[in-house]
Design a protein around this ligand. Structure first.
Ligand code: ACO
Length: 162
């Protein structure tokens, strides 16, 4: 298992991985309009961390946007391919992501969790109570009806590596 940060930079192999990840999101997040998924995954402000099996096979990932001046990042989409869910990959991905984002001086993660994913996010240290001051994030991220806003504090000194 490998973790790779991928942005839309025109590199052919990486673009293929982003397309594979986009397809996993589209399948696993059926309520999200496909065009919206495509737009964010290929948007230059967004980055994705992919989980890669056997060197080339994308089995899941997380698409996010950093707001460096605000010291938070928003998780837009997160999914693991259907036949590999609930085997621990989602947890490994989140730990790797926290380890990465911690080095970028990010203090909080925010996400609009789908109702059936709230349990997963809770287990990853996310809470429905938002501790970040509203001035820091309101107006930066879009309201989204279909989800519950959740927050995770990224402790600067915790070793999230696994
Ligand atoms: N509800 C409650 N608990 C869950 C759920 C869920 N939907 N999914 C996993 N869990 C639990 C597991 O049982 C496990 O608990 P345990 O540690 O007590 O055994 C723990 O969460 C971690 O499970 P993993 O195996 O690490 O999770 P997985 O690899 O399945 O990844 C994920 C979780 C990403 C939610 C995956 O199930 C998935 O892709 N689901 C469909 C898409 C989805 O819902 N994505 C999130 C939408 S919200 C958003 O994108 C911002």
């Amino acid at each position: 298992i490998d973790f790779k940060i991928i942005t839309n930079n025109g590199n052919h192999d990486r673009m293929k991985m982003l397309i594979d990840l986009k397809n996993i999101f589209a399948r696993q997040l059926p309520k999200m309009p496909k065009e919206y998924i495509v737009r964010l995954v290929f948007d230059r402000n967004h980055e994705s961390m992919c989980i890669i099996k056997d060197d080339t096979k994308v089995i899941g990932g997380i698409c996010y946007r950093k707001y460096p001046t605000q010291r938070f990042a928003e998780i837009a989409f997160l999914a693991i391919t259907a036949n590999l869910q609930v085997k621990g990959y989602g947890t490994r991905l989140m730990n790797k992501f926290k380890e990465h984002i911690q080095k970028q001086d990010v203090e909080y993660l925010l996400t609009y969790a789908d109702n059936y994913a709230i349990g997963y996010f809770r287990k990853q240290g996310f809470y429905q109570e938002i501790k970040m001051h509203p001035d820091k994030w309101k107006g930066f991220i879009k309201d989204y009806d279909g989800g519950t806003l959740m927050e995770c504090y990224v402790h600067p000194n915790i070793d999230y590596g696994n």
